[in-house]
Design a protein around this ligand. Structure first.
Ligand SMILES: *Cc1c(COP(=O)(O)O)cnc(C)c1O
Length: 371
């Protein structure tokens, strides 16, 4: 028998979340973002779960090529563009779109003879201050790209820093939209603006920020995996979990007042209690920083993590779960336990938990509500 820990990927929830993104941004085409191994769900599963997307977006050229090998024929976008000029011929050969965010990438395109046309996404830095040309440099970058033979469509792109908090005091989304409009004014090409936060708040963006906002392409990631970019909960947004991490109780200890549990004896009982040992630890991707009290489901009942998470195991309070035994089913996150809630208790975000799922965890596929 294999170790009981396994992650179940809910492909039907991925489809439903994509439908949700469509209803939030009905006039936008959607890049489903499948970077980081489809946020830990597996690149190939991302391709199947988001088969209805208009395109798939990710980071590495080799994974873009893998998508082509797997049979994806719709557009593919490299979100950071190429890291080396030697990848440019591959863009042309396999019809892969590339982001262009800096002068070095423009130079690579100028020096490479393109035998087939390439579509690029020129990125504007509207305040995120990560990648992209500043609004006042944007037009010159655009014109330089336009002059390169072989460059076909140029999509104008930016990225929001605070799409989950529309009135952010340091950088409001309205300010980013204003800078984008200014820098891109009059330039021909489709517009690509929103990540999940922008998609979920598209209606507010249009009504409150800019009624003429064009968002030809949106780039949702986390919402498609049933997580939220911040702000409200996934359920509030009508999103379904797409990854459920489950294991079992593999040992039980009955302890009394003064007994402690685990490394560092971090937890000490103040009365009789029952401790369950779960086959899941930080080497599986469960966050070691999870605080005492992080929620866990045992036999569908909510209880809490106690003591320190170790490499292959963690300990939970079985006192509220009267029928618990060795072999009891445990849910670490997903179906019935929002990943964002677990992440918050560990001082992180759902994104990080999904992406950190370790290679040793078995992965299968199934519907929500079934084990
Ligand atoms: C990762 C990424 C996204 C998706 O962001 P989410 O917050 O997961 O929706 C969108 N655009 C770019 C450029 C990205 O790198």
């Amino acid at each position: 028998m294999p170790r009981p820990l396994h992650a179940t990927i809910h492909l039907d929830s991925m489809q439903r979340n994509l439908d949700r993104a469509r209803s939030c941004a009905p006039t936008s085409k959607l890049w489903a973002v499948v970077k980081a191994n489809a946020y830990g769900h597996g690149l190939e599963r991302g391709m199947r779960g988001f088969a209805q997307a208009d395109g798939l977006a990710l980071i590495e050229t080799e994974n873009a090529l893998r998508l082509r090998e797997l049979g994806w024929i719709k557009p593919i976008l490299l979100l950071e563009g190429v890291f080396d000029a030697s990848d440019i011929p591959l863009l042309a050969e396999h019809n892969i779109d590339s982001t262009v965010h800096c002068l070095e990438q423009i130079k690579m395109l100028e020096y490479t003879q393109l035998y087939r046309p390439v579509d690029v996404h020129l990125k504007m830095n509207t305040g995120m201050n990560r990648l992209g040309f500043r609004p006042e440099e944007f037009r010159a970058a655009y014109q330089r790209l336009r002059a390169i033979p072989g460059i076909r469509n140029i999509t104008l792109m930016t990225h929001f820093a605070n799409a989950d908090e529309l009135e952010h005091p340091r950088l409001a989304i309205g300010e980013q939209v204003r800078r984008f409009r200014l820098g891109a004014d009059g330039l021909e090409g489709e517009r690509s603006l929103s990540n999940s936060g922008g998609v979920l708040h598209q209606a507010e963006l249009l009504s409150g920020v800019d009624p003429e906002l064009r968002n030809d392409w949106a780039r949702p990631g986390i919402m498609l995996y049933g997580g939220t970019p911040g702000g409200r909960t996934a359920a509030d947004y009508g999103l379904l979990p797409t990854m459920t991490l489950r294991s079992e109780i593999i040992g039980i200890q009955h302890i009394g007042a003064g007994d402690s549990v685990g490394y560092g004896s971090r937890f000490q009982a103040d009365g009789p209690m029952t401790i369950g040992v779960v086959a899941c630890g930080y080497a599986d991707g469960y966050p070691r920083h999870a605080e005492h009290g992080t929620p866990v489901l045992v036999e569908g009942r909510r209880t809490r993590l106690i003591g320190r998470v170790s490499m292959d195991m963690m300990t939970v309070d079985l006192t509220p779960v009267a029928n618990a035994r060795v072999g009891s089913k445990v849910t670490l996150w997903g179906d019935g336990l929002p990943i964002d809630e677990v992440a918050q208790a560990a001082g992180t975000i759902g994104y990080e938990l999904m992406c950190a799922l370790a290679a040793r965890v078995r992965v299968d596929e199934g519907r929500l509500g079934c084990d």
